[in-house]
Design a protein around this ligand. Sequence first.
Ligand code: GTP
Ligand code: MG
Length: 433
Amino acid sequence: MAGDPICAPATPLLPSAIAIVRVSGERLSRRLAPLLELPAPRRAELRRLGWSGYRERALVLHFPAPDSYTGEDLVEFQLHGNPLLVQRFLEHLGTLGVRLAEPGEFTRRALLNGKQNLLEAEALRDLVSAGTDTQLREAQARAGGLPAWIRDVRARIAPWLARAEAVVDYGEEEHLDLDLLEMKGDLQSLQALFHMEQRRSAAAHWLRDGIRIALVGRPNAGKSTLFNALAGEDRAIVTDVPGTTRDVLEVRVEWAGLPLLLFDTAGLRHTEDPVERLGVARVEAVLERADLILHLVPATDAGPEPGIQERLAPFAAKVQEIRTFSDQAPGCGLRISATLGDLAGLATHLRTRFLGGLAPEACLGALATARQRRLLDDLGGSLQALLDLGPGCPPELPASTLQGMWGLLARLTGEDRAESSLDEVFSGFCLGK
Ligand SMILES: Nc1nc2c(ncn2[C@@H]2O[C@H](COP(=O)(O)OP(=O)(O)OP(=O)(O)O)[C@@H](O)[C@H]2O)c(=O)[nH]1
Ligand SMILES: [Mg+2]
């Protein structure tokens, strides 16, 4: 029920200097009266709190409705950062009729009270979990309000929607007509806009989610050397002994402006060594989960080993062969020398493959989540259906297609509050957000 008082820790339950507990709901000054007198709006004041034998001095902030994060009365308590103390405090709030919030419930209320749109809410969720600088910037760019293109699209289709609906409702008695050709001519240019946004969002989704890259190849192909070079530190052991790497190593890095999750693996070969065999077996799971499998083949080899190619065949669409040891033998194609630090070809390859040639900066602010991209694709499909309408079609067709597009935009921004799509978004939130 919107408006019933909720509370949650806004900081992790770990020993720390300060723990923040948030409370949101209607008429909080009355609800919390047995515990404290709320300070003046937006003024931090110290309060002595006492309950069931516990005594705490807390800094308290009060944001009366509607000027708060949730749009309701909101109170923040800064307590000493002891998890047990926070637990006891939350329990006491429970006795005052303040229940524990669901994950994302504060932000959900912000959305319902018009404080935020759904795109901003999703961006805030991603901001909290961003793990690299690019991911931070990507989430921040999306947190900055409604993208201008959405406003433009609305402004462009609104008059046609109104006209189409008028023709459906009063066309006969008022002798109204919808000039299909004129409408299509006017909306045609949206096609290029949608294509561009789809391109940007296909790239932005990699910036948001990160790219999982598996390094595979025969023993001594240079996998661990490349892994270390990309990680910028000596994470994996490198030797000229074949079979050095046994386990799967994992590192999260930002490289060439891209957030990468790298996996170094055991060299693929038939081996009697039981430990190495286990390592080779583990490669399979990495191959499954990878977005890109870099098959490292030394430039000094005649070519890739057929046995390995066979093993990678089921993943062919995401396998890229890359020649290592470019400092030791001439050749063409994608070539690197991790020991010389010559990795420019790989950077170009990754940017082309995952960003479609766009610069990372050009993708900032684009729609990036799976939900958003689905709706964007649907919008593109609806526009195509509209442009495909033949002469003489009944006005109900363009009217319902335009209504559909209007509805998709509303689902994108969260103005359409279909519970299922909100649940999808807020299930990913942490407690207290
Ligand atoms: N000259 C040259 N040597 C390289 C290059 N890459 C790796 N090496 C050398 O090749 C040897 C094997 O490198 P690793 O990175 O351990 O190879 P690996 O593929 O991880 O090997 P395993 O873990 O045994 O499967 C080391 O002596 C590296 O210094 C390169 O690009 N050029
Ligand atoms: Mg290795």
